[in-house]
Design a protein around this ligand. Structure first.
Ligand SMILES: C[S@@+](CC[C@H](N)C(=O)[O-])C[C@H]1O[C@@H](n2cnc3c(N)ncnc32)[C@H](O)[C@@H]1O
Length: 457
């Protein structure tokens, strides 16, 4: 008799991961630019990287994202909770080994955390959680947001997007059926089922001809950690959403849609026909506009930002913030490209902006204002160039210099601790903490780039 895998999946350890979209520095930048929404909405002073804040990661897994957030801002009060005790034991052990005292990890479920004694939070994030839990659990998450988010506070939430996954639902069902019936266990069963689906494709299964997006999803599954496959595909509650559906769920917690943390939204225009762009800009309702956008872009995962009682900032304030925002190179600074190609054409930085940004980034992190003052380049082309290079992944928003200085001792300690932690049998930690970006840096990164990102190893 087939059985549900739910309880096994729930207690199955996830993969250790870091997600930059949950970090305050990235979210601050996303809201400053107004990606997928209105610029400046949800940019309360308390959330600026210049100020202290309290944050919480719901269903934090091994907790590497909140831990790195705490490491990179010793004045922040960072919380993470998960009902899997193995996840929380690992996060707590790593925080203790690295002497990080501003991160608190709790073994708690959504329904018990709501009554825990915690501060009110400026930022609550949940990544890889909402689409994979029951309706009852989603209601408990909403209760946490209603009770524990400060007015003006911000929520980051990712979820599976209905248009992107539309053709893959049968594959998800097949994986679940296979694991139920094969008896090969969760990880082996999921890996074997993906291999079997791939064999079907190779043998000419017409499903992949009529559903090309399913092929892309299969390609991703073939590259994935088996623990990701278990959590992505095997829960009995796997659900896809439209942006409006999620907004309706979160409305009861007093939250409004404010934009997206996914910087690739900036490239929508380079993938859409002029007719599509005109159609999109004619839709006033922001959630319907996002819904239509998803029909054109078919993303798998949406990474949305919601705000409680949003207070928009003025255009002057926004420009001021943008001019002061620092950036750092995340790839070799002397290789910064000037031209980029997209399906519907290319886009270029002006030669002056490209030269000015490249020269600055070779020297180290810099704000738009510093670049403009040093080079005399026109403001708009520098701001546009910095945004393009950031969206494409050559640059990242960097913390204010004073924060980097204040974080250096703690990031050094954390980065030195990782190897010893693993040697003592701790879960492998694939990311260092950067005092410059405030985020994680893959441990495979070239030594020169690690140094440029403030990672001394
Ligand atoms: C797919 S993992 C994502 C983990 C982490 N957010 C990340 O991105 O690496 C989902 C997490 O939610 C946790 N979770 C699921 N249901 C939960 C519940 N009812 N209460 C607390 N945590 C839960 C799981 O233990 C798991 O660590």
């Amino acid at each position: 008799m087939p059985k549900s895998n739910d309880s096994q999946v729930a207690s199955h350890p996830y993969a250790q991961s870091f997600n930059k979209e949950q970090t305050p520095g990235h979210l601050h930048y996303a809201q400053l630019c107004g990606i997928g929404g209105q610029a400046g909405v949800g940019l309360p002073a308390a959330f600026s990287p210049n100020d202290t804040f309290a944050s919480c990661d719901i269903g934090c897994g091994y907790g590497l994202t909140p831990l790195i957030t705490a490491v990179a801002d010793p004045t922040a009060d960072v919380w993470g909770f998960d009902f899997n005790p193995e996840h929380i034991a690992s996060a707590t052990a790593l925080a203790e080994a690295a002497g990080v005292s501003n991160a608190t990890f709790l073994t708690a479920s959504f329904d018990t955390f709501v009554d825990h004694d915690t501060p009110d939070f400026d930022l609550i994030t949940l990544h890889g959680t909402f689409s994979w839990v029951s309706q009852e659990n989603r209601q408990q998450i909403t209760d946490i947001l209603a009770k524990k988010l400060k007015p003006g506070g911000l929520v980051y939430i990712s979820y599976n997007c209905s248009t992107g996954w539309a053709s893959a639902a049968p594959m998800q069902q097949f994986l679940s059926d296979y694991v139920d019936r094969s008896g090969s266990g969760l990880q082996n069963g999921a890996t074997d089922a993906v291999a079997l689906v791939n064999q079907m494709r190779t043998a000419g299964a017409s499903f992949f001809g009529v559903n090309p997006q399913a092929g892309k999803i299969l390609d991703k599954a073939l590259q994935s950690d088996p623990r990701y496959l278990v959590h992505e595909y095997l829960t009995g509650h796997w659900t896809v959403f439209s942006p409006a559906q999620v907004a309706d769920d979160l409305f009861v917690a007093g939250l409004e849609y404010a934009g997206s943390a996914d910087v690739t939204h900036a490239f929508d225009v380079f993938h859409m026909t002029p007719e599509a762009q005109a159609m999109l800009s004619s839709i006033e309702d922001p959630l319907l506009r996002q819904g239509v956008r998803d029909f054109f872009m078919t993303p798998l995962l949406r990474k949305d930002i919601f705000v409680k009682d949003p207070q928009p900032i003025s255009l002057d304030q926004q420009t001021e913030y943008l001019l002061n925002q620092r950036f750092c190179a995340t790839k070799e600074a002397d290789q910064l490209p000037q031209h980029f190609n997209f399906p519907r054409g290319g886009v270029s930085l002006t030669a002056e902006a490209h030269a000015a940004i490249k020269a600055a980034m070779i020297r180290g992190p810099a704000s738009a204002r510093m670049i403009i003052d040093a080079s005399g380049t026109e403001t708009k082309s520098v701001l546009n160039g910095l945004k393009l290079l950031t969206d494409i992944g050559f640059l990242a928003p960097a913390l204010p210099e004073a924060m980097t200085i204040a974080a250096q001792e703690q990031t050094d300690r954390f980065n030195e601790t990782i190897a010893a932690f693993e040697e003592k049998g701790g879960e492998p930690v694939p990311f260092y903490a950067s005092s410059i970006s405030g985020g994680g840096v893959s441990r495979d990164t070239e030594p020169a780039l690690l140094k440029a990102l403030g990672v001394k190893v």
